[in-house]
Write a protein that binds this ligand. Sequence first.
Ligand code: ADP
Ligand code: MG
Length: 391
Amino acid sequence: MRSLIFKDRSKLSPYYIPAVLPHREKQIQLLGSIYMKMLDDIDGAYPVYTQIVGSVGTGKTCTTLRFGRMLTEEAERRGIRLEHVYMNCKVDGSTRFVLFGNLVKKVAPELSTRSLSGEEMLHRLVEYLKDRRKYVFISFDEIDYFVQRNPKERIIYSLTRIPEIHPSEPCPIIGEIFISRSLQWRELLEPSERSTLGLGIIEFPKYKADQIGDILEQRVEEAFQPGVVGDDVITLISDITASPAVDGDVRVGLDLLYFSGNLAENLGASRVLPDHVRKVFSETNPTITMEDIISLDENCKLILLALVRSLQATGSAYIGLRELRESYGVVCEEFGVKPIETFEEHLQDLVYRGIVDMKSLMELGISGASLIDLERVLNGLTERLRHGLES
Ligand code: ADP
Ligand code: MG
């Protein structure tokens, strides 16, 4: 059935990347000035490392992906076989072994890495690319999450020393981008790692309310039926998104737009109203977004759902580990899956991701949800988990 509210919901998905990214022209131009000219002399290329730094929802990921596409398209026009490989440390592995294994899998699925060490995997990958005269440009997103979890893995060392595998020969890896929320993770690195990483840093400042307005307006045009979302609604969402509670995270703004549209539709309204936005916002936990939930594996989603249910049942802000385990058992039964043995590791992962707040083994709660707004936030979270488990 044709929706009276939405024209194309997928344009609000966290994975959709618009062709034009307002207010990120400068960052794209900077990336271009570093990497585009390498295409002029691809065989003389030596890898260049760039760090992208900015807080949550400043467009780091979408800008990198957009730029990666621009670069590979330009390469294609010039007959160069260049691929952009995007690695998200939260999804593709938080140990060196898993991350490098996934990197190889993305570039060269036919290359078997069984029984190879991380270092050997990189060697094979370089050989593989050289043999085929292929080039790659790699981005490592959420690198701060990786390094915080595994400060001893020294992956930056391995990743930035790749050219030394064949010194004085061209390197098929023309660039690496490391994306993080702040520069803090660099303090966990060895001095030698910091030095090869270099000082090429591109900053992504927080968006201001009017910039958020431009971004949302563009999305409204693509996602909603004409006339359904008025300027008043866009201004309200932009102001909420720029406010200290949300701190400029556009992802929250897009979530608000999407769930407000859903609410309007469910209520049979013909337009999205400011009241719909206010209701949805009151149920939103700004520290946990749809994207955070989608990027969780099934087990983490079920543990989170179990936590939300127990908190709802007890009406308190925290529950103990034993209660959570019991609740998890019930949720697993409901979904017809076997409880995992690595329950505690998964729970720890939720803590690292900033979703679960663990004060002690007796006090597990949801980050950023106080007792006052707990009920509303938990309802909102249940709704998002439902979406997440369905997709
Ligand atoms: P970050 O990686 O910095 O946390 P993302 O790149 O994931 O942020 O952006 C969050 C959401 O906001 C994504 O859905 C993205 O498409 C959207 N977004 C961010 N910046 C822009 C922009 N300048 N124009 C359009 N959409 C944007
Ligand atoms: Mg990101």
